[in-house]
Design a protein around this ligand. Structure first.
Ligand code: PNW
Length: 486
């Protein structure tokens, strides 16, 4: 049992921000209401055959387009500091272009932000969480460089309309899924399979688009609005499978292929050397005239380097990594280019297909980010696990959060500059290609009811206690009250 004195020392600091997250397509619904345009998820979920488990759609999702006031009540009730949500590009710009603004869509976000503020919460707003307007996909989507300027114009609309009330901006959520899963392996909208080609072109443009939006804010909005702009990058922790130099290098290379792919250009000016070397050599062996990994010009490198006020990090799970001795080198794909083998340990508790519960991984990611990129402010923007079915007894979720948070607390103690923590998710929602099967919510949502009733799971009590006391252990669990001062 922990002493209450120790417990109090282990409180998270008062300025540490505690919050909850969702994203537009996953919760809003109202897919064609009030002038909203079609996006790539609308198009995909309505196509036949459906690429989504059980043919589910986000047409109604949690109906937050109508129930946002109730959502904010739930957040308020949990005692959190901030709410992370995303703006649907096609709700405010139905064609994707900024020449035509949909007033009703703008009003939805104005009201949402007003409601958040009126309840004493702070908005943390993601500009792009995977729902590209379909007309821009018809031009080629993210792999077409044209997207860079269009994203800048969308960001300008967002800063102009909402920037007086939003001080924390995220340009793009998880570019790795935006590019690798959407245009490489093709398991997310627009479900394009272009292994080892489009996924690299996509990334090139995502990085440029992010940098442009950051410069735009810096040049034209920062003085007046005084906010900050970051990006959210996701990674698993990659643990070397053995002490061999080859496996240690393989794990580091895998981190660079997932996280450094985006973080290195933004924080160090260019793609990681591991990617340039491996993709370059493999491309040559495969007979390509140039590397499949595009190159930044010197000018672009200078423009992109340092375009960040804080770094958002999403952590869910960990993989073991060993070196793959690939002498043939004929496979053209991002997966193969890294020349690694990834696996999980059977004893790691199972949450969902890709998510084993490995709490210590979050601490290792925090240390690695600091070691690799220096003392950048980190905001943990997602962390969480899925459960299944209708049960409200989610002790495993409580344990997941308790353990992950204790590693976050240790990382703070070690001097890592973590400014906030955002759990995924406020409530069950449309979990992309797996539909409503994986439930990530503190609140259970009844998707069979037209009311989309939200019911608290047991974990709501845990998170409320964490948010309000800033302790991850309950006071009733500590002994000796002598030193407690609250
Ligand atoms: C994140 N993976 O996605 C997203 O930001 C959320 O929209 C999503 O609901 C949440 O995590 C839970 O899945 C990920 O397989 C999806 O590596 C898949 C992976 C990572 C992140």
């Amino acid at each position: 049992q922990i002493s209450c004195y120790e417990l109090n020392k282990k409180r998270f600091p008062d300025h540490f921000r505690i919050g909850l997250a969702t994203s537009a397509y996953q919760v809003e619904g109202g897919w064609n209401e009030d002038g909203k345009g079609e996006n790539i998820w609308d198009r995909s979920v309505h196509s036949i055959p459906s690429p989504i488990f059980n043919k589910e759609t986000g047409d109604i999702a949690c109906d937050s387009y109508h129930k946002y006031k109730e959502d904010i009540r739930l957040l308020k009730n949990m005692g959190v500091d901030h709410y992370r949500f995303s703006i649907s590009w096609s709700r405010i710009l139905p064609t994707g272009y900024a020449n035509q603004i949909n007033e009703a869509g703008v009003n939805y976000y104005k009201n949402l932000i007003k409601e958040i503020r009126a309840n004493g919460l702070e908005p943390l707003v993601t500009i792009y969480h995977w729902d590209l307007p379909q007309p821009l996909q018809d031009l080629g989507g993210w792999p077409n460089e044209y997207i860079v300027d269009l994203f800048e114009e969308y960001a300008r609309v967002a800063f102009t309309l909402f920037g007086d009330d939003v001080k924390q901006w995220i340009t793009i959520n998880e570019p790795k899924q935006v590019c690798q899963e959407a245009y490489g392996s093709g398991i997310k909208a627009p479900f394009i399979k272009s292994h080892g080609l489009a996924e690299y072109l996509c990334t090139h443009n995502v990085i440029k688009a992010h940098a442009k939006a950051w410069h735009l804010y810096d040049d034209e909005f920062r003085n007046k609005q005084k906010g900050r702009v970051g990006i959210v990058i996701d990674t698993f922790w990659m643990e070397p499978a053995s002490d061999s130099e080859a496996d240690i290098n393989a794990a580091e290379r895998q981190l660079q292929f997932i996280f450094g792919w985006y973080a290195n250009p933004i924080l160090r000016g260019d793609y990681p050397w591991q990617m340039k070397k491996f993709i370059g050599e493999r491309s040559a062996k495969q007979g390509f005239k140039t590397s499949r990994l595009p190159e930044f010009t010197k000018q672009e490198i200078d423009y992109i380097n340092g375009t960040i006020d804080f770094l958002g990090v999403n952590y869910y799970t960990t993989n073991m990594v060993s070196e793959k001795n690939d002498t043939v080198r004929n496979e053209v794909s991002w997966e193969a280019d890294a020349e690694t083998i990834r696996f999980v340990k059977p004893e790691w508790p199972f949450s969902t297909t890709w998510l084993r519960v490995v709490p210590w991984g979050i601490g290792k990611v925090m240390h690695w980010v600091k070691k690799t990129y220096g003392d950048i402010p980190i905001w943990i923007t997602e962390n969480g696990m899925a459960t299944y079915g209708e049960s409200l007894e989610d002790d495993n979720r409580i344990e997941y959060y308790q353990k992950h948070l204790s590693y976050v607390r240790d990382a703070l103690e070690d001097g890592i500059n973590i400014i906030g923590y955002t759990a995924w998710s406020l409530m069950d929602n449309f979990e992309w290609q797996v539909g409503y099967d994986d439930r990530f919510g503190f609140y259970h949502v009844d998707f069979k009811s037209p009311n989309r009733t939200r019911t608290p799971r047991k974990s709501v009590g845990f998170y409320r206690q964490f948010a309000t006391t800033r302790c991850i252990v309950d006071k009733s669990q500590c002994v000796d009250d002598n030193h407690m001062d609250n």
